[in-house]
Design a binder for this molecule. Structure first.
Ligand code: CDP
Length: 199
């Protein structure tokens, strides 16, 4: 079984997807980490930027170095949404993602899981929250300046939503869940109920 969770930056995808995976005993796939790793590789001038290794539910490695934390830097976020617009990058990563989730039970999160990677996912959720709240969460997580986070987030959302290949959009059959002002537990419980209903 596959639960696809898509949505913009800061909507709560990672926290919610991890919690849903833990609650149901599913494996978690963070597809954004793959785009982030390619971005970091390019920023570092690595010879083969597509050679990142990502463990399901775990660490990200680039040329043998653990870059799980390094890929979260703001300049990597911005570069990730640029590399993610390129069809050769998407083609490669989507193929890897399909292989990874081919067998077993998964919660996969990203921008195009329910639309492109796995259009036949049994459960699809599109997580949103107000831009202000999304930026506030990210600023609290990272300690960065709120106005700056908001500006960078707007730019990244705009790029992700308007790109030609696999733009960020909700699958027509996705349940839209607005997490503004709601606790993680509430949202996780709502998704768990949805999963029980289709099981
Ligand atoms: O954690 P956050 O939502 O800020 O970002 P992320 O999920 O780690 O994704 C980083 C960037 O990778 C996004 O801004 C997208 O441009 C890109 N991405 C994508 O295009 N498709 C995915 N399935 C996942 C991420």
């Amino acid at each position: 079984m596959l639960i696809a969770i898509d949505g913009p930056a800061g909507a709560g995808k990672s926290t919610v997807a991890r919690a849903v995976a833990d609650a149901l005993g599913f494996t978690y796939l963070d597809s954004g980490a793959m785009y982030r790793c390619v971005a970091l590789a390019e920023l570092r001038g690595v010879e083969d930027p597509l050679g990142c290794e990502i463990e399901l539910g775990g660490r990200v490695t680039l040329d043998g170095e653990d870059v799980t934390e390094a890929i979260r830097a703001p300049q990597v976020s911005a570069r990730a949404s640029q590399v993610a617009a390129r069809p050769e990058v998407r083609g490669h990563l989507v193929e890897l993602q399909r292989e990874m989730i081919g067998n077993g039970d998964y919660v996969a999160e990203g921008r195009d899981i329910g639309t492109v990677v796995a259009p036949d996912a049994e459960v699809k959720v599109f997580l949103t929250a107000s831009p202000q709240e999304r930026a506030q969460r990210r600023a609290e997580q990272t300690g960065a300046d709120l106005a700056r986070v908001l500006a960078e987030q707007l730019e990244r959302d705009e790029r992700d939503e308007t790109r030609e290949h696999s733009p960020l959009q909700a699958a027509p059959d996705a349940l839209r869940v607005d997490t503004t002002g709601r606790s993680v537990d509430e949202v996780v419980a709502e998704i768990a109920r949805l999963v029980q209903a289709v099981r």
